[in-house]
Design a protein around this ligand. Sequence first.
Ligand SMILES: C[S@@+](CC[C@H](N)C(=O)[O-])C[C@H]1O[C@@H](n2cnc3c(N)ncnc32)[C@H](O)[C@@H]1O
Length: 248
Amino acid sequence: MLPFTQIQGLNSAWQWYKNGISIPVLRNKIHPYYGTYFPTRFEHLILFDNWLKHYKGSKKTAIDVGVGCGVLSLQMIQHGFQKVFATDTNPNAIVGLAKHMGTTKLSRKIELSHADLFGNYTKQTELIVFNPPWLPKTHELNGIDDAIYYSDTLFEDFFTQAKTRLAPGGKLVLIFSNLAQITNATTAHPIEYELAHGNRFQLEKKYTKSVKPASSKTKRDQHWRSLENVELWIMTRPEDTALHNQNN
Ligand SMILES: C[S@@+](CC[C@H](N)C(=O)[O-])C[C@H]1O[C@@H](n2cnc3c(N)ncnc32)[C@H](O)[C@@H]1O
């Protein structure tokens, strides 16, 4: 016996999986498994795509933490990255993407791992990307909640591990939003906090873009939508600047 709302949820998930979802920055549709996060607004993906267009560094490898439906990994492959290592703690995300790629060329370019943060990927890489949850946790997390709410330790653990994985000259790219601030969930901003107190990374550039409301039909409680901005944070290792200054 399942409640009707869950049946509706299962049906929607099945339709999305079967028919696929078009994402403006991708050539092909994605087919997310039940319980897998996929974007319904695209401003942050457009910011990332524009940044990738002008990216001049090496494109040998990248790491995508929290791959979800795979959109960021697919964007990197479209922009010429040879290999992306991708993790997610949600098994449905990993199984769904693995099944979607099958044995195609893509499956050799995106290596998936059902794991926390960087999993077993210990080698250094020139690009690390993470679109983390945007809201602080207020209740016990399960399933797809992990895509939306972050625990107290997520960002500290992420930045600690990212520090050892980012190759010299590499870029650490985070996608975030002012959603928590404008909905009064918290005044804290984990990326600003890291830059001010972490001593691990420095800001190269921050891009922002305002977000259009998801749908004109869902006006209820959405007055803050007009204030929403997405953010693309590009960070580097402080050692790189020190070296650059020394050489000039
Ligand atoms: C906001 S979604 C982003 C998904 C996808 N990268 C995108 O941009 O559409 C965050 C993803 O990170 C995953 N996640 C959350 N905490 C994680 C962790 N500690 N390690 C790995 N993945 C995590 C979630 O399951 C979810 O798929």
